[in-house]
Write a protein that binds this ligand. Structure first.
Ligand code: SAM
Length: 239
């Protein structure tokens, strides 16, 4: 299966906790929308860093995380034990016997690319139909009027960053395809030390042009509802 994070799992936490994400503030932003005691579904829970902060803020919530990368889930399980329900599943074909008050994706399965004058829905799943199907499946896991919070992301850029212990992180973005409906780009991740590659991964991201984005979301039953206070999320409501 493509777009899994197996190649860089070992270094993922070091990178994202070195200034890439502030999980504490993201968790607070979610909680301010969702409130106490909710049933939360994280799409692409990864190593569980956001889940950990969220359940610290609201120990009474019922938090479920799904992910299709076994290596990422393994770290999440070590981190969270049985405080969270962790399930290996592909969001494109989600079929859990459960319903939730809110679904969130932070750099996970789906997101919204904020290009200033326009927004593009997209993420790790390629193809209009698979995304529509995935979102419709998700809709069946959400109660009426419940929310979908999609990370509002700035355009991805190529850069190099020094992490601790002499490890150097770099990401290179390469445009791959640009069609009337969508564009795709490859995100190449590298972790190096003393000139040697410690770990690498290649992820393909698909972003749909604004009209198609609106169509996919609306035909899957999601209506735009605003943005979160810190503008980290675009909020959609399940009709
Ligand atoms: C960049 S990580 C983000 C992890 C976590 N949300 C965080 O904030 O650190 C993206 C995660 O989404 C998962 N993912 C991507 N596509 C997926 C899919 N179709 N179904 C389930 N998980 C998926 C990947 O395996 C990876 O763990």
């Amino acid at each position: 299966m493509s777009n899994q994070y197996a190649g860089i799992t070992e270094y993922y936490d070091l990178w994202v906790t070195s200034g890439y994400y502030n999980y504490q503030s993201i968790a607070k932003e979610i909680h301010s929308i969702v409130g106490n005691g909710s049933q939360v579904l994280e799409l692409g829970v990864g190593t569980g860093l956001l889940a950990e902060k969220y359940i610290e803020i609201d120990p009474n919530c019922k938090f479920t995380g799904i992910d299709f990368s076994p290596s990422m889930l393994e770290i999440a399980k070590k981190r969270l034990g049985n405080r969270v329900s962790l399930i290996e599943a592909d969001a494109a074909t989600l079929d859990l016997n459960a319903t939730f008050d809110v679904a969130i994706s932070n750099g996970g399965v789906w997101g919204i690319l904020n290009l200033g004058d326009r927004w593009e829905f997209g993420g790790h799943i390629p193809g209009v139909e698979d995304n529509r199907q995935g979102l419709s499946n998700l809709g069946r896991h959400l109660r009426e009027d419940s929310l979908l919070l999609l990370h509002l992301q700035k355009p991805h850029e190529s850069y190099v960053k020094h992490l601790s212990e002499g490890i150097i992180y770099s990401q290179f973005i390469q445009e791959v395809e640009d069609t009337a409906d969508y564009h795709t780009f490859q995100k190449n991740y590298f972790f190096k030390k003393d000139g040697e590659i410690l770990a690498q991964e290649q992820i393909m991201i698909t972003c749909f042009k604004p009209d198609i984005s609106r169509k996919i979301l609306s035909e899957s039953g999601f209506a735009f509802h605003g943005t979160s206070d810190g503008d980290h999320f675009a909020i959609y409501k399940r009709r």
